[in-house]
Design a protein around this ligand. Structure first.
Ligand code: CP
Ligand code: NVA
Length: 311
């Protein structure tokens, strides 16, 4: 049997696919806002496994699936046999005989890859310790709405350069050919292998000020990701000086905008004044999770113009 198409990291899409998907997302957003019904996934089911908390990912996938005419099931390890030791592979084999798509939010990226290898249906990474590709679809859609193409743009990521968001931004820069400048304290730079893979489009700086110099978009994320809670106190100290605020934005491009995948911690990685101010696009960015993932599900389930045009 032909193995299904998965979306575990951004690099699972080729440039032309990613660009087509982002344009489709804009179209789906317009259709949704115009009240047009579009239900290509009628009678299809999405299983959603959440081993970590979520607001946006859960709601955007569940609502997105409903808008496309299908149904989504929320599965928590607390209530499934996964939490009582049933293997990843057995869970994948069973679920993929009943549902059409599977989304997982988990810790280990290697575990996610094992799950996908055993699944007969497409698996979507709803965040792992190493990647958050669905968030990037929304972020790139937000940038596309602003600029059209991202090619040649300069974007700064300030904060934990070793986390899942930084990694997915690095992959985005490589695929779409923009310049990514990561500003992170020593000890929180990207892993050498991740950097080597993306060396042509990513530069790393030990100061936030240098990273944002000339940037047209400044992005940050929490300093303590899910699963790292025990390090929170130390991280607050290590990241002091890496807050994105009006002072830092003054060193970026005059028209620079701000993105944050959320949830945000005002007073830590971002000032309240900035995230709640006019340069912040975070609410549009959050809404774009819905539209971008609808385009993704349509694509992976084998429907929509991306398929018909052979992209
Ligand atoms: N940005 C994001 O993935 O949010 P949730 O953790 O609420 O899903
Ligand atoms: N880096 C964060 C992203 C949350 C959406 C985390 O993994 O917790």
């Amino acid at each position: 049997m032909k193995s299904p198409r998965h979306f575990l990291r951004l690099r699972d899409l080729e440039r032309r696919e990613l660009e087509a998907l982002l344009h489709r997302a804009e179209e789906l957003k317009r259709m949704q806002r115009a009240g047009e019904s579009h239900t290509p996934l009628a009678h299809r089911n999405l299983a959603m496994i959440f081993e970590k908390s979520s607001t946006r990912t859960r709601v955007s996938f569940e609502v997105g699936m409903a808008q496309l005419g299908g149904h989504a099931l929320f599965l928590s390890p607390r209530d499934t046999q996964l939490g009582r030791g049933e293997s990843i592979e057995d869970t994948a084999r069973v679920l993929s005989r009943m549902v059409d798509l599977i989304m997982i939010r988990t810790f280990s990226h290697a575990g996610l890859e094992r799950f996908a290898a055993a699944s007969q249906v497409p698996v979507i990474n709803g965040l792992s310790d190493d990647h958050h590709p669905c968030q990037l679809l929304a972020d790139l859609l937000t940038a596309q709405e602003l600029w059209g193409s991202l090619q040649g743009r300069r974007i700064a990521f300030v904060g934990d350069g070793s986390n899942n968001m930084a990694r997915s931004w690095m992959e985005a820069a490589s695929i779409l050919d923009f310049s990514l400048r990561i500003g992170a304290p020593e000890g929180f730079h990207p892993a050498p292998a991740a950097l080597a893979e993306n060396a042509s489009n990513t530069q790393v700086f030990a100061s936030a000020e240098e990273a944002v110099s000339g940037a047209e978009m400044v992005v940050t994320d929490v300093w303590t990701s899910m699963g790292q809670e025990a390090e929170n106190a130390e991280r607050l100290q290590r990241f002091a000086g890496f807050q994105v605020n009006q002072g830092l934005m003054a060193r970026a491009h005059a028209n620079a905008v701000f993105l944050h995948c959320l949830p945000a911690h005002r007073g830590e990685e971002v000032s309240a004044e900035l995230i709640d101010g006019p340069r912040s696009l975070v609410w549009e960015e959050a809404e774009n999770r819905l539209h971008a993932q609808k385009a993704l599900m349509e694509f992976l389930a084998g429907f929509g113009p991306l398929h018909q045009s052979g992209v």
